[in-house]
Design a protein around this ligand. Structure first.
Ligand code: MLT
Length: 406
C-alpha cells in the first residue's frame, strides 16, 4: 500500500492563489459579461524590456547553429550572468558578493520553498505573520510543524507584523534557528531600515541562526536610505542567504529567472557542533536536483544589466510605482488606512469588514480582484492587498469603481 506523507494533510486544501483563481473563475462563469480587473496575484502585465527581447532572439538563433549551440549549461548558471549580478546588484552597492556565491534558478518561489531541505527537522523557525505562504507551507510539508490550530501551526514562532510595529517585527525573545524575512514586504509593502535589519543580523550572529532574506521586490525601493540587500549590513555574510528575482523588475514572471546568494562564510552545524559550509550544501542540492535555466533566458536576464536594459527596467518599475501611488492615494482619500505602495508594488489596506468578505464585496460589486489579507496569516485578517501590477487604464478604472461604492 502506498502511504501518504501525512504532513501534506496538515495543509489547507489548496494554495492561496489557487483558491482566489477558483473564486474568480466562478464569478466569470456566473457573470460572463462583467469586466474583471485583476489586482490580486502580483503578476506583471507589461512586456519584457526590448533589451531582453533582443538578447533572447539572438540567443535563440545561436541555438540553431552547431557552432553556437548550447546543451546543458552549468547548474549554477552561466558565468556571464553570475558576473553581471555580482557587479550590478552587489559590488556597486558596497556588498562584496562574488559570482560563485550566486546561484541562478528558475524562480524565488522554488528557491525559498526548497532551501529548507538543508536543515534538520527539529530546528525552531520564526516566520512573520502575515507572510508569503510558501515559507510556511514548505516547512509544513517537511514535517517541521504540528497541526494547524485556528489558523496557526504548532511549533512555529510567529512574528506578528501589525500597525504597532509598522509591519516590521523585531527579533523574538526566544531562540529561533531559522528566520524568514522579506523586504520590501509581501504582502504589506512595508520596508525595513538598516537599523532594523542590523538588529536581526546581530540576533542571528548571537544565536548562530540563519536568515532567509527574500528581496524579490528590491527594485521598487526609491528611498535611498533603505538597504537594497541584507549584505549591506555588517555581519550578514556570515548569517544570511538572499533571494532575488527578475520577475517583478524585468517582467520575467512567465520567462522564469531568479538567483539566490549563498555566501561562503555561512556555516551550519551538525549535532556535535561541527561547522559545515552552507554554500557547499546548497551547491550539492542544486546540482543534484536542478539542471540550470535555459541559455536564451539567461542571456535575456543578462541584458537587464546593459545600459538600455537598466533604463527600461527603471521605466517599468516607475510605471508600477505610479500605479501604486494612484491606488494608495485613492484608497486614503476614501478613508482607508494604507501601508506600502511607496517603495513597493503592494498596498496593504485596512478594511472595515473581514478580509474574505471585503474580497467578495469588491469582486461582486466592482469586478476588481484583490488578495484577502487573511490568506497570508492570522494578522492579515481585516486587511486586503492590492497589487499595482496592471495597466494604468485598468488601475484608474478599478479605483473609480471602488470609489463609486462610497
Ligand atoms: C504574490 O502575488 O504574492 C506573488 O505573485 C507570488 C509570487 O511571486 O509567487
Amino acid at each position: 500500500m502506498i502511504t501518504v506523507n501525512e504532513n501534506f494533510l496538515k495543509l489547507k486544501a489548496s494554495y492561496l492563489f489557487s483558491d482566489i483563481a477558483k473564486k474568480v473563475k466562478e464569478f466569470q462563469n456566473n457573470y460572463p459579461d462583467r469586466e474583471l480587473i485583476r489586482l490580486g496575484i502580483g503578476d506583471v502585465t507589461e512586456p519584457l524590456p526590448s533589451a531582453c527581447i533582443e538578447a533572447f532572439h539572438k540567443a535563440v538563433d545561436e541555438m540553431s547553429d552547431t557552432k553556437t549551440f548550447h546543451g546543458y549549461g552549468p547548474e549554477q548558471g552561466y558565468a556571464f550572468l553570475r558576473e553581471a549580478v555580482s557587479e550590478n546588484e552587489y559590488k556597486q552597492y558596497g556588498a562584496d558578493i562574488s559570482p560563485d556565491e550566486i546561484f541562478i534558478s528558475d524562480g524565488s518561489k522554488c528557491d525559498t520553498g526548497n532551501f529548507q531541505e538543508l536543515f534538520s527537522n527539529d530546528i525552531s523557525i520564526a516566520i512573520p505573520d502575515p507572510v508569503y505562504p510558501v515559507y510556511v507551507d514548505t516547512n509544513v510539508m517537511a514535517g517541521r510543524t504540528g497541526l494547524n490550530n485556528n489558523g496557526r501551526y504548532d511549533n512555529l514562532i510567529y512574528l506578528d507584523s501589525n500597525e504597532e510595529n509598522g509591519f516590521v517585527p523585531e527579533p523574538p525573545s526566544t531562540k529561533a534557528d531559522l528566520i524568514y524575512l522579506c523586504f520590501p514586504n509581501n504582502p504589506t509593502g512595508a520596508t525595513a531600515t538598516k537599523e532594523q535589519l542590523k538588529r536581526w543580523v546581530d540576533y542571528a550572529l548571537e544565536n548562530r541562526s540563519l536568515i532567509l532574506f527574500d528581496a524579490a521586490y528590491v527594485s521598487f525601493i526609491r528611498d535611498s536610505s533603505l538597504p537594497k540587500s541584507i549584505f549591506e549590513i555588517e555581519g550578514a555574510k556570515k548569517c544570511a542567504v538572499e533571494f532575488r528575482s527578475f520577475s517583478k523588475n524585468a517582467g520575467f514572471t512567465g520567462t522564469r529567472c531568479a538567483f539566490t546568494v549563498v555566501p561562503k562564510d555561512v556555516m551550519v552545524y551538525d549535532k556535535e557542533s561541527n561547522a559545515h559550509s552552507l554554500h557547499a550544501l546548497w551547491n550539492r542540492r542544486h546540482s543534484t536536483k536542478f539542471n540550470g535555466v535555459s541559455y536564451p533566458v539567461q542571456k535575456a536576464a543578462e541584458a537587464v544589466y546593459s545600459a538600455k536594459g537598466k533604463e527600461e527596467v527603471k521605466a517599468l518599475t516607475d510605471y508600477y510605482l505610479e500605479n501604486a501611488a494612484i491606488i494608495r492615494e485613492k484608497m486614503i482619500s476614501l478613508g482607508y488606512s494604507c501601508t506600502g505602495g511607496d517603495n513597493s508594488p503592494y498596498i496593504w489596506i485596512k478594511s472595515d469588514m473581514g478580509s474574505w468578505e471585503f474580497f467578495d464585496y469588491l469582486l461582486q460589486n466592482t469586478g476588481v480582484v484583490c488578495t484577502p489579507g487573511a490568506g497570508f496569516g492570522q494578522c492579515g485578517e481585516g486587511y486586503i492587498r492590492i497589487s499595482a501590477f496592471n495597466s494604468r487604464d485598468n488601475v484608474i478604472k478599478a479605483m473609480d469603481k471602488i470609489a463609486s461604492l462610497k
